[in-house]
Every structure is written in structure tokens, then in C-alpha cells.
Design a protein around this ligand. Structure first.
Ligand code: SF4
Ligand code: FES
Length: 362
């Protein structure tokens, strides 16, 4: 077994409840119901155990974490442990008084999602009239004075708006803008055909991002995450399986990556009956793809295996049915043809999106 370092970060998915219906949602098809969510005490225990393990960064996410009435208590608890606390939000319900209270309690940073650069495109993709709420939230962040990251998931419907998205993030006072092409997990996978950007869109985006990155250096950092289907090498997903971060789902299931429920062959553990340290160090799910011993060829003999870790386990499973396979995005993978075929079958016209259905729960 490889040496296992302590985790640095905890992604706490406080709830799957969300006021938006984004077609690119990476949460699973079947959401966790409110009645199955961990209690305040259980979340505080997760934080205690995570801090004992060595976690320093806590990302409060969902769904929409503001949907939890006990968010202030959870934030206070994370701060009392000395954690850096990031609020990942759609912005719906984030007013100045509410944010001021949360910052007083311990929020260090806000990550605000933006679905489109204009009211109409944002609301069309979010499936809800939320653009105005996002402007209110961004104003609150500026008034209260915490750092702001704007995050936009890119796809065929908004790829052409990249210049406007950059301008909007600048106007909102973001210190950082993440422009991340859709990853096809969960609900996003069922919309893959409709969401995949065209080669022309990807080619057009690059010079715009490059110019803005240079122009805004020192003012706003731009992080552009390319569409990995179009790449020759896979992304170093999670910086390696079970290496740096863990995710706790709303019901206490502990995931080596946020999309890990996609790998149906994994036996996942829960914080409800197993201590977090045991799960991190000893569970079969966290040890399944740690290090490089699990790899088969061509990864096993490849000089890049310590750089990209064989790519993404979830993607390998979803595209090949084998979570130990080389990520099919890799040009060396015997399954690269699967990705090439998906790219070749891109429709010439826009395809209808299936919006994230509310209320579908397991
Ligand atoms: Fe990465 Fe494996 Fe491809 Fe090598 S063969 S580049 S380790 S995915
Ligand atoms: Fe699960 Fe990449 S998203 S390993």
C-alpha cells in the first residue's frame, strides 16, 4: 500500500437541495433527500474529525449550502477549529446582512456560480430567474469585503460568451474567474451531446482567454479548464485518488471524489458508522486507486503516471465499465476510439437540454 498523506481539504456537500436546475449538474441522477441529510451535530463531528485528520480547507457546498438553516452554526464550528472556510454558492439568498453574519462567524471566501453573462442566458441555463440574486450576492461580497471567485461551467450554449463572462466577472469585482468546461458526470452526462462545445468554439475561446489573462494579470486571475475530450492527455483528476481531498455527501457518505458514486463497483463508507480517519486510511474505496500499483498497461509503464495518475477513474468507468482502465481521453488508451466517436458524432445544430429535475431523490 502506498504511503498515505493527510488530506488537505474537505468538500462538505451540506445538502443536495438547490434552487437552480442546471443541465450540467455533476451531482448524481438521484439526489439525497432532506430527511437523509446529516444533522448539525453530525456535521460538526465531521468537521472535528476532518481537522483531527489534518484538513485545513473546508468548502461548504451542495446543492445550495444556504438552504441549510444551520449554516451559521456549521461555519462557526469550522472557524473554531482554525479552518479556512469557502462558501460555494449560487448566490440565491445571499444578502449583505446574511453574508456579514457568516463572515463574522468564519467565511473567508465566496465562490459564486454564474451560468451566463446576461440575465437571459444566465436564467435560461439555470432554469430559474436568479441573475438578479447573483448581482445582489456579488454586491454583498464587495460590501462585506471578502475575496470573490466567480465560477462558470462552459458548454455549447455559453462558450460564445467568454469575453462577456470575463467582463462580467471583472465588473462584479472577482479576484479569480474559473472558466471550466463541463465534466460529464451525473446529470451532465445525460446532456453530453447538447453540452459539448464544438471544435470551432474551443479554438475561438483560446485567444480570448489568453489576451484577457495577460491584460488582467495582477487584477483578476483567470483559470481556464479545457474540455478534456478534445485533449491528447487526461486531466490529473483529484491530483490522484485519495491523495488530497475528501468529499462528504449530504447523508454522510464519504467519497474519494465528488463524482465517485458513478463507480458502482466501489463500496462506499459512511461517517454515520465509521470514523473518518478509518475511511481515509483504511477503506477499500479510498485505497482502490491510490498510488500506481492498481494501474494496468499502458499507464503502468508510462512516464506520465506520476503526473496525471492515469486520468480520471470516474470517466474511465463511465466510458469503459472498468474503473482501473486508462482514462479513454488519453491518446495511448486502447479505448481512445470511444472518445473520438463521441466527438465525431457531435450534432451540427443545438440539441435540446434536459434541465436538472428538482425533487428526484433516492
Ligand atoms: Fe497518463 Fe496512463 Fe495515458 Fe500515460 S498512459 S499519459 S499515465 S493516462
Ligand atoms: Fe472521480 Fe475524476 S471525477 S476520479
Amino acid at each position: 500500500m502506498p504511503d498515505v498523506a493527510a488530506p488537505l481539504g474537505l468538500l462538505a456537500e451540506l445538502t443536495h437541495r438547490c434552487p437552480l436546475h442546471c443541465p450540467y449538474c455533476s451531482n448524481p441522477l438521484e439526489l439525497i433527500a432532506r430527511q437523509q441529510e446529516l444533522s448539525t451535530e453530525q456535521w460538526c463531528s465531521v468537521l472535528d474529525q476532518a481537522r483531527d485528520l489534518g484538513v485545513l480547507q473546508v468548502h461548504l457546498s451542495g446543492g445550495e449550502p444556504l438552504a441549510r438553516n444551520d449554516l451559521p452554526e456549521i461555519v462557526s464550528h469550522a472557524r473554531s477549529l482554525g479552518c479556512y472556510v469557502n462558501l460555494v454558492t449560487s448566490g440565491v439568498g445571499l444578502t449583505t446582512p446574511r453574508l456579514a453574519d457568516l463572515v463574522e462567524r468564519g467565511i473567508d471566501h465566496v465562490q459564486l456560480s454564474l451560468q451566463g453573462a446576461s440575465e437571459s442566458s444566465n436564467n435560461a441555463i439555470a432554469g430559474a430567474r436568479v441573475f438578479k440574486h447573483k448581482l445582489v450576492a456579488a454586491e454583498a461580497v464587495a460590501e462585506v469585503g471578502v475575496p470573490l471567485t466567480v465560477n462558470t461551467v462552459l458548454h455549447r450554449r455559453n462558450h460564445g460568451e467568454i469575453a462577456e463572462l470575463i467582463a462580467t466577472a471583472e465588473r462584479l469585482g472577482a479576484e479569480r474567474l474559473e472558466l471550466a468546461n463541463t465534466q460529464y458526470y451525473g446529470w451532465a452526462l445525460r446532456n453530453r451531446t447538447a453540452l459539448m462545445p464544438t471544435r470551432e468554439q474551443l479554438d475561438a475561446a483560446e485567444p480570448i482567454v489568453r489576451e484577457a489573462t495577460e491584460r488582467l494579470a495582477g487584477t483578476m486571475q483567470i483559470v481556464y479548464v479545457v474540455a478534456d475530450y478534445a485533449d491528447a492527455h487526461p486531466k490529473p483528476c483529484m491530483h490522484g485518488w485519495g491523495a488530497r481531498q475528501l468529499t462528504v455527501a449530504p447523508d454522510g457518505t464519504v467519497l474519494p471524489c465528488p463524482a465517485a458514486t458513478a463507480i458502482t463497483t466501489l463500496e462506499l463508507s459512511s461517517i454515520v458508522d465509521t470514523p473518518l480517519a478509518d475511511i481515509w486510511y483504511s477503506s477499500s474505496s479510498f485505497n482502490a486507486f491510490r498510488g500506481t500499483d492498481w494501474m494496468s498497461e499502458p499507464c503502468r509503464g508510462c512516464p506520465r503516471k506520476d503526473t496525471d495518475f492515469g486520468g480520471c477513474r470516474c470517466q474511465a468507468f463511465l466510458l469503459t465499465g472498468d474503473a482501473t482502465a486508462t482514462d479513454p481521453v488519453c491518446s495511448l488508451s486502447p479505448n481512445r476510439g470511444v472518445v473520438d466517436q463521441i466527438l465525431a458524432e457531435q450534432p451540427p445544430v443545438e440539441v435540446e437540454l434536459t434541465m436538472r429535475a428538482p425533487g428526484r431523490v433516492r
